[in-house]
Design a protein around this ligand. Sequence first.
Ligand SMILES: [Zn+2]
Length: 121
Amino acid sequence: MPLKGAKVEKFRQRLLVKRRELMSGVRGSNVKSLESTRDEIQDIADQASSAYTKEFLLSIGDTERRMLKQVDEALYKIRQDTYGLCETCGEMISERRLEALPFARLCIACQEEEERAKVEQ
Ligand SMILES: [Zn+2]
């Protein structure tokens, strides 16, 4: 069962804060226009259709960009009612793990598996 109600709302708020942090971490650019859209969260793919957003995504580092994508994906899952489910095995990711990493895609077991696979490549 995915997370519901107040619990998922708590993580949603944390994801939105994280998203704002990432967005405002960029110096000198016109972040305000992006921030004004924060309540109607869009997928990063939608946003990339505007030239400004493309520029924005280029101006931030790889780490931020990856994290932003993960945050957006997590917000998307909340809308789809699948938040908190491991993408590989479909099991519930532990709340403790989500507390530490609200945008985690995998449960600990699958994450470890994935990292092991990466090393072997
Ligand atoms: Zn899993």
